[in-house]
Design a protein around this ligand. Structure first.
Ligand SMILES: NCCCC[C@H](N)C(=O)NCC(=O)O
Length: 305
């Protein structure tokens, strides 16, 4: 299972690096934030479908006569084979993209969506020594560790703290991603219009901070902070990822996004473990208080544009 997850991680994250690089090379100077918002929206539709569809798929296979006496690992295996079709769909889209890229290259006689990636060792050194890149990586990791692991353990959190039934907790937990799917393109468009990415990164971070404070210190309806968190997350994501393209030269973008995602995932791996251990040993209040402190890192590392 660990090997499978490892390979899946390599595939998914490389895909994200390639998507970001394509988006910048095609849309830089145009509606870049909206394009990132749209990309994010589709990714979050995928996450929401995954969160809500896999259990019913598993249950219906388990109930079917063909698998009535089958052990649960076989039912799980068949469910995963069904899920695999979305990967095949993704592959088909990638082939379509390659075709359009090749066609654009042929017609326009340009290098089209390629970034002209001829990064040299000197460029690499400059990139690695760039304080701005590391600040963005810091913002990215400090922010994302308060959202992805929170949604990861959210179901149990809503059930335990707010005594919600399982189905209601599932809906509450999906809300962050559902809202992000709905709002991200619109928010991206608004960021394009205002052009103040750093302001929006700060706004998204501060709003998320407020949500964790409400979760930690009040028993008010959890739907309010969850809804605000969905919007805040969309604001942050649609403004943060395009920011890289404003100061990294085009031939280094792929590497810069790769570094950013490596740092993000290293943080997520560590914090997911820490989240589980904090919940088990200290309870949810301490965990949410920890989430409350983490976004202070991005806030304190930003300067108004
Ligand atoms: N399972 C999450 C995929 C994450 C892809 C990438 N590392 C990322 O964080 N993209 C931005 C986002 O908000 O999803």
């Amino acid at each position: 299972m660990c090997i499978g997850r490892f390979v899946f991680g390599i595939g998914g994250e490389s895909l994200a690096v390639a998507q970001n690089t394509y988006a910048v090379s095609w849309f830089k100077g145009k509606e870049l934030n909206m394009v990132f918002g749209l990309q994010l929206s589709l990714a979050r539709i995928g996450s929401t479908v995954n969160m809500n569809a896999m259990q019913p798929i598993y249950d219906s296979i388990a109930k079917s006569s063909a698998f009535a006496d089958a052990p649960s690992y076989q039912v799980l295996g068949v469910s995963l084979y069904i899920a695999m079709f979305t990967c095949l769909f993704s592959l088909a889209c990638a082939l379509g993209l390659a075709f359009f890229d090749w066609r654009a290259k042929r017609i326009l006689k340009t290098s089209a969506a390629t970034t002209g990636e001829t990064i040299t060792l000197k460029d690499m050194k400059t990139l690695l020594l760039s304080g701005k890149l590391w600040l963005i990586c810091g913002i990215c990791v400090a922010y994302y560790v308060t959202v992805f692991p929170f949604v990861g353990i959210g179901l149990v959190f809503y059930e335990m703290k707010y005594q919600m039934p399982h189905a209601t907790a599932g809906i509450a937990n999906s809300l962050v991603y559902i809202l992000s799917a709905a709002c991200s393109p619109v928010i991206g468009f608004l960021i394009d219009k205002s052009g103040k990415n750093i302001f929006w990164v700060m706004a998204g971070t501060l709003l998320t901070l407020g949500c964790h404070a409400l979760f930690a210190f009040t028993f008010a309806t959890p739907f309010l902070p969850t809804i605000i968190m969905g919007v805040a997350y969309s604001v942050l994501a649609a403004s943060l990822w395009p920011l890289v393209s404003y100061f990294v030269p085009e031939n280094q973008l792929g590497t810069a996004y790769g570094i950013m995602q490596s740092v993000q995932n290293a943080g997520l791996a560590a914090i997911s473990q820490l989240s589980g251990s904090l919940v088990d040993n200290n309870g949810y209040l301490i965990l949410i208080t920890f989430y409350l402190v983490s976004p202070l890192t991005p806030v304190s590392s930003q300067h108004p544009q």
